[in-house]
Design a protein around this ligand. Sequence first.
Ligand code: GLN
Length: 191
Amino acid sequence: MKVGVLALQGAFGLHVKALERLGIDAIEVRSLDNFDASEALIIPGGESTTMSFLLESSGIFDSLRERSAEGMPILGTCAGMILLSSKITDGRSDQKPLNLMSVEIRRNGYGRQIDSFESDLSIEGFDASFRGIFIRAPLVESVGEEVEVLAEVNGRPVMCRQGSIIATSFHPELADDDRIHAEFLEMVSSS
Ligand code: GLN
């Protein structure tokens, strides 16, 4: 299974490690060629404004939209969720979302770095709770009808699924718990 982890910027290293623990040698995606070799993609947390810019300049932006339309499985975490969204509030003025998931988000909507927090999440389909680690997390302000909300905090979605895309506003790679990555890999193998 060829799973790419977008490695243009940000917290990609621990996603690669999580995949390794699950028996997958990840492709670190830094170029269009790396992306073309991947059958699924993880978009990590980091700085979404920088990642947006690098996605466009590398040519991955357009290609990713095409591959997603063909059903490519994608997992976006934190900044990854921002990039996948349909609308970004409080982004950089030239920041363009991929518009692959019908969620409208507010960047840093839970506050600044100092307002980062953790919460035990009850996730649809999981027997036990999952430790959600939120770092300058995006706030989901609204979701479209086609979006399935898999977990919430204070009535706000923090994990969503739309077709073959899963997005989390928290960092599953920091939780020492590989269940979300395992679920993603199951989605990849059944796609
Ligand atoms: N606040 C960051 C952004 O807007 C995302 C933070 C994160 O990925 N931990 O890009």
